[in-house]
Design a protein around this ligand. Structure first.
Ligand SMILES: [Zn+2]
Length: 123
């Protein structure tokens, strides 16, 4: 069993759930911080379809929500150590910045989790 067969690594590296060889996202060029990551239609290696049906990835919003809330809680717990009061309003600013920085990471990761949950479904 190679490292490519590890499901978690495939998800974190945005690789094809079936073969693990190709990225599910188009390669971004230039300044891509504000560009929405584009997903490929299918894997060129094993023909696995990344886009199952229109609206398939709406459900990934639930995954994205869970990721964002988890990151916000972790950020809060870390940021809290640097302020004197338990809840300093400036922590909201710190959390906002972290959420914006992780925005596209969450977008891609939530789609990969969603795709891996339903990869064997026939649409
Ligand atoms: Zn593939």
């Amino acid at each position: 069993m190679s490292i490519r067969d590890n499901k978690l690594i495939k998800i974190l590296a945005y690789k094809c759930p079936r073969c693990g060889l190709e990225s599910a996202f188009e390669k971004q060029t230039g300044i891509s911080i504000f560009a929405i990551p584009r997903m490929k239609k299918q894997c060129s290696n094993c023909q696995f379809r990344f886009i199952k049906e229109p609206g398939f990835y709406y459900g990934a919003m639930y995954v994205s929500y869970a990721l964002t809330i988890s990151e916000a809680i972790i950020t809060f717990l870390i940021a809290q150590q640097f302020y004197e009061t338990t809840f300093d309003p400036r922590i909201i600013g710190v959390i906002s910045i972290v959420i914006v920085i992780l925005m596209w990471y969450n977008y891609k990761l939530s789609r990969m989790v969603w795709l891996n949950l339903f990869k064997n479904h026939q649409f």
